[in-house]
Every structure is written in C-alpha cells, then in structure tokens.
Design a protein around this ligand. Structure first.
Ligand code: HEC
Length: 397
C-alpha cells in the first residue's frame, strides 16, 4: 500500500494541531492559574515573615492550601514541581505545524503575489528571520534601560509590534502575515520560559540547595516575563484562529486590524489580572470593546466598484470558471499538487455543490482569499462574474 505525500501531510497536520491545542491549553491554563493565584494571595495567617501570601481554595472535590515565599522557604523539599514541558511542547508542535503549512506550501499560504511576488526560498528565509528577530529584539529591549520602567517597556514593545506587523503584512499574504506575527509572539512567550524563567529558577534552586539566599533578581526577571506572557496570550490566541477569518486578514488595512485586535486582547486580559486582586477597572474592557467595534466598522464589506454593474452570466459560464479556477483543489479527487482531499470539505464540481457553497464562495472570491495566493490567476472580471451570479440568486438551471 502506498500513501501519497498530500495524504501524509494531511495526517501530520491533524496530529500536530491536536497536540498543539492540547499542550497550549495545558500551558496557558497553568499560566492563567498562577497569575490568578499570585494576585489573590492573602497575608499569611501565621505571620510567617518569609511568606508573601497564601490561599485556600477548593477544586475538584478537594481543599488546597498554597503559600508563596518571598524568595526562599526555610528549607526546600526534595521534590519540586516544575512547569515547562507544556510550553516547550506547545512551541515544538506549533513550529512543526508552521513549517508544514507555511513553508511546505509557501506559495499557497505564505506568499501572495498581489502583496509581493517573493520566491519561495526568500519568503521562508524572511519569515524565519522574523521569528528569530522578534525574540532577539524583545529580549534586548527587556534587558536595556527600557526594561527598568514598565511603561517605557510597554511603549517600546507596542512600537515593535506595530513595525513587525507592517513588515509582515507588506511581505506576505494576509493569512501568512497574521499567523507569522502570532508565531513570532508565541516564540517570544516560550523563549521567556526557556531562556529566562527556567534558567533563573535553576539558579535560585541551586542557591537554596547550597543553603544560600538566592539573588532576588532572578525572581524579579521571571515575574516580569511571566507577566508579559499573560498580556500576549489573548492576542496570540486570536492570531492562531485568524486563518478562519479572511474578512480580517485579507482586508487592505489588515495591519491596523491586527494591532487593534492585539490591543483589545491585552486590555481584556489586564481587566482580569486586576480583578484577581479585587480591583475592577471597567475602562479596560470598554476600551477593548471599542477597539473591536472599530474593527467591526472598518472591516465591513463595502460595495466594491470593481465588481459593480456586472450582469449575472448564465450558470454554464460560472461552472466553467469554477472548473478552471477552483476545482483543481475543490474536487472529490483534487488534481492540484499537494492537496489530498477537498479543502474544508468544499467540493465545487456539480451544480448542486456550487449552489450549496455559493455564499461561502462569494466571501472567498470577493475578499480574494481564494484561490489562495491567486494560484490559478483569476482576473477581476472573472471574480465580478461569479459575484454577480451569486448576487442574482445563484441559479443553476
Ligand atoms: C490551490 C488550491 C485551491 C484553489 C485553486 C482554490 N481553493 Fe478554495 N481552499 C483551498 C484551501 C487549501 C482551503 C482551506 C483554507 C484553510 O485551511 O482555511 C480552501 C477553502 C475554501 C473555502 C472554505 C473557506 C472556509 O474557511 O470555510 C471556500 C468556500 C473556497 N475555498 C472556495 C474556493 C473558490 C470559490 C475557488 C475558486 C475561485 C477556490 N476556493 C480555489 C484551496 C484552493
């Protein structure tokens, strides 16, 4: 029995995505939990001066008692639970998925000739540079004098995000740019764990085991990076689901929409972070809602003059267009190299199928999300014809 490459890639995609979501949930779950715990600690009831705070809680049918030490406990027990593999596996599975989809099928997903007609090798190189450059830039920023002042650091970090977003959206397809900024930010988050938090904790533990007081700077650095991670979480999660929403990534102002969404996510997260310590600042989610409302208005489809005033062609013409521009991929047996099964189950061969998917086709053709990277060279006139036919009721007889 022989399995073709497209079929194997589909399976790799499925298993990696499943793993990525599971490990991501485990990581972010633990991370949210500890931020919430940290911000809701009460002063220790026994007045222990080494303890910053403690919490009693109940979960899953059991009562828990946790304490956080200011720097070091009186003695460190033999067994200490570490949290790191959730983060590492999230990155490894995510990076593998990125390579499989955005590098393995760069001309479909990463490159859009309407943005910039990059050769595949250059697109891969540039996206790799951005993945590494994002971490290097951010880490240098944190270690520079900006790092001592959270407000300045926030401003510099936001400026960095804006610049990276502008670069990515002018180099890559909308979808590729969004995913790349998400992957870049996710890489920063995991590198915070692997390069700062865990090494710092190792030094702390080594000092404690040697009976010394650990240098408090390691704890402070770890805390700073872990707080950054919490604000980056919601924006990254949006970017990871953004491939479902061409109305946003395919918009001509997609860079602005990305920045507004990142802002909305960070503001909402800040609201919850404050709420854990009993403060409620409603201006934060209100600001987030305002940003989303702005996106809602900006992204609203407007009648496109290029598609206006076109008469609906007979169905035969539409079917011929779909056969030559879509059905290579959207068929029971796709003929397009690397596509093993009809993407998203969308088959566009029979009149019934074309009719069934008409609304989705309109969205994809209008936003120019399909054909991906305009791989089958669809002209504006051809798009206009399909749209006019759908607008006139998508009649197949
Ligand atoms: C080169 C292969 C290819 C061609 C040609 C192509 N598509 Fe697609 N299409 C895809 C892929 C891949 C996806 C899945 C994208 C994803 O993973 O989100 C897709 C998804 C879709 C979807 C589902 C979108 C969703 O997320 O629900 C529709 C509808 C669609 N295509 C319509 C079209 C139409 C109409 C054409 C022709 C104008 C076309 N496609 C041409 C590869 C192709």
């Amino acid at each position: 029995m022989e399995f073709d490459a497209g079929y194997l890639a589909e399976w790799a995609n499925l298993l990696l995505r499943w793993l990525h979501i599971i490990t991501g949930i485990a990581w972010i779950g633990a991370s949210f939990y500890f931020i919430a715990l940290d911000n809701s600690l009460d002063p220790p009831a026994d007045g222990n001066r080494l303890v910053r705070g403690e919490q009693w809680s109940i979960h899953g049918g059991g009562v828990y008692y946790k304490r956080k030490y200011i720097n070091a406990p009186e003695a460190l027990p033999e067994k200490l639970h570490w949290f790191k593999w959730e983060a590492y596996w999230t990155w490894m599975s995510g990076f593998a998925l990125f390579v499989l989809i955005y590098w393995g099928q760069a001309s479909t997903y990463l490159i859009d000739p309407a943005v910039l007609d990059l050769p595949v090798w250059l697109a891969i190189l540039l996206s790799a540079l951005m993945l590494v450059g994002g971490w290097v830039g951010y880490d240098l920023l944190c270690r520079s004098r900006f790092g001592e002042n959270e407000t300045k650091l926030l401003a510099a970090g936001a400026a960095m995000l804006v610049v990276a977003t502008l670069i990515a959206t002018h180099l890559f397809s909308g979808r590729g740019a969004f995913l790349l900024i998400g992957a870049m930010t996710g890489t920063i988050m995991v590198a915070n764990v692997a390069m700062v938090i865990i090494p710092g904790q190792r030094k702390m533990v080594a000092a404690m085991r040697a009976g010394e007081t650990p240098d408090p700077k390691y704890g402070a650095w770890g805390k700073q990076r872990s707080v950054h991670n919490t604000y980056l979480t919601l924006p990254v999660l949006f970017l990871m689901i953004s491939p479902h929403y061409p109305l946003i990534y395919q918009h001509h102002l997609n860079w602005l929409l990305l920045i507004l969404l990142a802002l909305a996510g960070a503001l909402v997260r800040q609201f919850f972070v404050l709420r854990h310590s009993g403060r409620r600042n409603w201006a934060l989610p209100a600001g987030g809602a305002l940003a989303v409302a702005l996106i809602f208005v900006i992204a609203a489809p407007r009648p496109d003059p290029r598609f206006a005033g076109v008469e609906a062609p007979p169905f035969q013409d539409v079917q011929a267009l779909v056969a030559s521009h879509c059905a290579q991929c959207h068929a029971a047996r796709p003929t397009f190299e690397g596509i093993a099964v009809a993407p998203k189950g969308v088959m566009l061969e029979t009149p019934q199928q074309i009719r069934r998917w008409a609304a989705a086709m309109r969205q994809q053709v209008q936003s120019e999300a399909m054909p991906p990277g305009n791989l089958t060279d669809m002209t504006t006139e051809q798009r206009a014809q399909i749209i006019a036919w759908i607008a006139a009721g998508a009649r197949v007889e």
